[in-house]
Ligand binder design. Structure first.
Ligand code: ZN
Ligand code: ZN
Length: 339
């Protein structure tokens, strides 16, 4: 079978490897759809610690082709989506059943070889059956919405509160959609690209703000009419981290999502003076968010495929990565399919 591997920083290769054997509590999947995530690109660009060579990829769906001998409830031919992180099952938190508090959670494609290959063996415990109306493609783009669901679980927002969301990449768009579904009042979506702001509007942003070439703080406050109850940073840009306290009301909440390696610090004086609460969101947080996201897709209230700008067959995976890395082509989600 074929697989895509990060050989060294900046270098991807298409390799030939054996189809994996299937441990007793695993299933073998034919991978049908993969979406490229920012984390895959960070790994390729050496921005997150990863042991190379590594097969990237964690946002995917597939079809079961073989079932380990201890697996019950799944059989060959079942369509599934895979929850991509694994708790360690060994630490005190895991032993107590609090998997989401495991300090040693491992992500497929980062801490172990990922889904950028034609077949992968995964633990049956991480599978969710795909309802018929949900396509492989849609199921491989659940992550942004699971992060949105985790964000609003942690936020404990009151209905009608106003929100500014900085950055409308896939995660920002997922957060915007869940903000709208969670009963936010005015939702201000901020970015420098009109194509993503158009989707933000469709996803429920009440106003969009393009800050390209503008003084971001001035432009945002002019549109919002003053600080909002909540500000959510998804862009991972030092310029937007610096203006967070000025965008939020006294006593309000700041949410930081994503990776801030090497990004400037939040001004603590303003945090103290305004009595702000800062909430960190590192991912989907466990707690069944994939199951919920899938149900919302089935109901038709979230539409992951709206994020797709490019599709490639598996054999053209290297081109797919090149497109995802190139910021000049307006890519949002790049999907690789393997029918
Ligand atoms: Zn991801
Ligand atoms: Zn653990």
């Amino acid at each position: 079978m074929k697989a895509v591997r990060i050989k060294e920083v900046g270098k991807l290769e298409l390799i030939e490897m054996d189809v994996p054997t299937v441990p007793a509590n695993h299933v073998l999947l034919r991978v049908n759809s993969i979406s490229i995530c920012g984390t895959d690109l960070h790994e390729l660009e050496g921005k997150v610690p990863v042991i190379l060579p590594r097969i990237p990829g964690h946002d995917f769906s597939g079809t079961i082709v073989e079932v380990g001998k201890d697996v019950h409830g799944f059989e060959g031919g079942h369509r599934v989506v895979v929850k991509p992180s694994f708790p360690c099952y060994a630490c005190p938190a895991c032993k107590a059943g609090f998997f989401e508090s495991c300090p040693d959670t491992r992500l497929i494609g980062l801490n172990s070889d990922g889904c950028f290959r034609e077949f992968i063996a995964v633990p049956a415990a991480n599978l969710i059956p795909l309802p018929d109306p949900v396509s492989f493609e849609a199921a491989s783009i659940l992550e942004p919405f699971t992060v949105g669901l985790n964000t609003f679980r942690k936020l404990k927002m009151d209905v009608g509160e106003s929100i500014t969301i900085l950055g409308q990449g896939p995660i920002g768009l997922g957060v915007t959609r869940i903000a709208a579904l969670s009963g936010a009042g005015r939702i201000f979506a901020v970015d420098v690209r009109n194509n993503v702001l158009k989707i933000a509007k469709e996803f429920g942003a009440t106003e969009t703000i393009n800050i390209a070439g503008e003084n971001a703080l001035e432009k945002i406050l002019k549109t919002t009419g003053g600080p909002t109850d909540i500000v959510i940073e998804t862009a991972g840009a030092s310029a937007s981290v610096a203006i967070l306290p000025a965008l939020v009301k006294k006593g309000g909440k700041i949410v930081n999502i994503g990776i801030f390696k090497g990004i400037g610090s939040i001004p603590i004086e303003a945090i103290v003076a305004k009595g702000l609460t800062i909430i960190g969101v590192g991912g989907n947080g466990g707690k069944g968010k994939y199951e919920i996201a899938l149900r919302l897709v089935e109901k038709g209230v979230i539409e992951p495929t709206r994020l797709i700008t490019h599709r490639f067959p598996f054999a053209e995976s290297l081109e797919a990565f090149a497109v995802a890395r190139d910021k000049s082509n307006n890519s949002i989600k790049v999907v690789v399919f393997n029918d």
